[in-house]
Design a protein. Structure first.
Length: 464
């Protein structure tokens, strides 16, 4: 059987304004990019740009399969320069439109062919400081933390939505603000995460300079601090070090628990546990996930108590929080430098993305520890060991000469890398589409956005 594999589409984000007269002939580069996330189905004012009544822009029944005809995917990318930062709105049309389009996917004005384009670059709030954290909420809103544009300037944090009219230089609209007037006490936040997206009544922020996690009630027009937890060593017994700048992750199975990357490990805060300051303490921790530092984490969307972590040792590890004393339940080795992001597919926990500073974005099939294992472990397949805690799973190049260890045998293994994409610079962010479970995007430091599909072979293995 022949399995098709759509080629990745890429777009290099450009500065929002043309270079001044008299500048060198080479075009200026965009500010370095660090964060990417996916919006939900597009609102009508964006869909109308395509002038095609047949375009479907959402998942009709919310199951993540796109219903066979989800076509428009929208992402937002935040830059991370010292000043003059922007939010790039990125759109990918996955289909063939009638019209004169050539189908090259190189982007451009209009939508006369499938491809990737950036219709607008928006100004960030608070003076144009670096985007420290970005989480989309619904179809047109996002939670953001923006640093000060000059040394000593206060950060800005809150819920913002896209303007009604999209054009380069437009301002995002503030919906809910987090009052940061006590920043000297708790430190400026480095990241924020809402529990339920756009309709969330609760947001957690991380303040690395003071080792604090803060819980906010955002049911009104302004956030109200309702709890805090100390993540630094002087806080809970057996603390695991100073927190990193990675965004908090809400546990999808336990609404009162949030995970934080803390030095070389992970700390889980239970906001129901009382503390001396009125709410929240570290209830679980994995003190030493990675040798040189834990850079990101994510919860398994279908299996409670299971998390994935990425570290500065270049490894992706999986943990059962009930049995951390036994070590990781799986280890994947597919990067040669630091891992910057790990992301579970929000519907199919057999699929995981990992991006690193080695410029690689890897798509993994991790079947053996998923909620629906696809097949038994094949000990003779390339890159797969007997299943012990210390096994490392490597990409299949070069293939050994054994008759049984063929390309097909490798692809039939339980835990393998099934696709990879290489950027020109470090991959700092990755996100799954909110409209289709089989499409994902990544962004690298130089502003290159790459959109890829899960290979058809893997999709059919999961669905059939």
């Amino acid at each position: 059987m022949h399995y098709s594999r759509p080629q990745p589409q890429s777009l290099l984000l450009s500065p929002p304004t043309p270079p001044p007269s008299g500048s060198p002939a080479s075009p200026p580069t965009a500010p370095p990019c660090r964060h990417i996330d996916a919006f939900g189905p597009a609102p009508s004012h964006t869909v109308d740009r395509y002038d095609d009544d047949d375009i479907d822009t959402g998942d009709d029944d919310g199951d993540g399969d796109g219903d066979g005809h989800t076509l428009l995917h929208r992402f937002v990318v935040g830059s991370h320069a010292a000043r003059e930062n922007v939010l790039h709105l990125v759109e990918y049309y996955d289909g063939a439109l009638s019209g004169p389009g050539d189908g090259s996917g190189e982007g451009g004005d209009g939508a006369d062919g499938p491809g990737l384009r950036s219709p607008a670059s928006l100004r960030v709030p608070g003076g144009g400081g670096p985007v420290l954290s970005l989480q989309c909420a619904g179809s047109a809103s996002m939670w953001m933390v923006v640093g000060g544009d000059v040394p000593g300037a206060a950060a800005t944090a809150g819920l913002y939505r896209l303007p009604d009219e999209l054009w380069d230089g437009a301002d995002v609209v503030e919906v809910v603000a987090l009052p940061l007037d006590r920043a000297g006490e708790r430190g400026d936040p480095a990241s924020a995460a809402a529990r339920d997206g756009e309709n969330s009544g609760t947001v957690a922020t991380l303040h690395p300079s003071t080792g604090r996690a803060v819980l906010w009630d955002v049911s009104g027009e302004e956030g109200r601090e309702v709890g805090g937890a100390q993540l630094s060593p002087e806080g809970p017994p057996g603390g695991v070090g100073a927190p990193s700048a990675a965004a908090p992750r809400w546990d999808p199975h336990h609404e009162n628990m949030t995970g934080f990357c803390v030095a070389r490990g992970v700390g889980i805060v239970d906001w129901r546990c009382p503390s001396g300051e009125g709410g929240g303490r570290v209830s679980q921790s994995v003190p030493s996930c990675h040798r040189y530092g834990c850079s990101d984490m994510d919860y398994n969307p279908n299996r409670p108590h299971v998390i994935s972590t990425g570290g500065m040792d270049g490894l992706v590890k999986f943990w059962d929080l009930r049995k951390t004393d036994r070590g990781p339940i799986r280890i994947l080795k597919g990067h040669t430098h630091w891992i910057s992001t790990v992301r579970y597919n929000r519907f199919h926990d057999q699929l995981l993305l990992s991006g690193g500073t080695d410029s690689l974005l890897n798509l993994w099939r991790v079947s053996s520890i998923s909620s629906a294992p696809l097949l038994e472990l094949d000990d003779d397949a390339v890159g797969v060991g007997p299943g012990s805690y210390d096994d490392l799973y490597a990409p299949p190049s070069p293939y050994p000469s054994s008759p049984r260890t063929t390309t097909a045998a490798y692809l039939d293994a339980a835990d393998v890398r099934v696709a990879g994409a290489e950027h020109q610079e470090a991959v700092l962010g990755a996100a799954w589409s909110a409209s289709d479970a089989w499409l994902y995007a990544s962004v690298s430091y130089d502003g290159q956005v790459m959109v890829s599909h899960v290979p058809s072979r893997e999709k059919y293995k999961i669905l059939l």
